[in-house]
Design a protein around this ligand. Sequence first.
Ligand code: DGL
Length: 252
Amino acid sequence: MDKKQPIGVFDSGVGGLTVLRNFIKSFPEEDFLYVGDTLYCPYGTKTKEQIENRVEAIIHYFEEQQVKAIVIACNTATANSYHIKSQIPILRIIEPAAQAALEVSKHIGVLATNYTIDSKAYDVFLKDKMMGVRCSSFVDIVEKGDLQTKNSYEVVKKTLKPLENKVDTIILGCTHFGLLLPEIQEALPNVNIIDSSNCLSPVLKKYLEENHLKNHQQQGTITITCTGNPKDIQMDWFQFPYQGVYQVVIER
Ligand code: DGL
């Protein structure tokens, strides 16, 4: 492994860009290669086998690109990644988010895709301290860029109703959901919010430091690719200068 190699980050679509945005702030000297698997988005309503195939294909792509770490910036993919072996270290999102919530509460609501909730990947860490809500409908709203509209407020409020007065902390257990923060805050005021997208920077920092893999160049590059139509990646909210290299990178 070499300091100069890029770091691979992926999600089914735009959600993982919330993780990438944090990385760019914390690690401006690193090169990042982001893949949004938009052709197969959403993951959260697909079968185990379908998700497994996509996760394996993208990890294989990152191996070919010789990245120095693979960051799964997607809870759904993480829930279906524990069996994968790679010669490149894989950094996952679920455990750090669960641990951050356990530090502040014993009554935790987990908002995640249908697949993540059904897989019980959060239950492994949170056990009887959690109440999960299947929120795959939120992913469609975010991918369409239908943010802060009458519809988005209504869907979020209705879906989160079962958590009202039951939890004091919620985990945004899908990297898309940070983009629905105003809607979620209105539906569940006065709860602590742990966004899984914010939990990976300390994990990456530790990995780079412990393995002496920090890049020392002045300014890193960001390459953003997707498997579907470039227009699938709605980036108006991203607010960082980026070198967008839109192309189909993985065989359909
Ligand atoms: N952003 C993803 C996650 O963190 C999944 C969204 C989807 O494709 O369903 O779970």
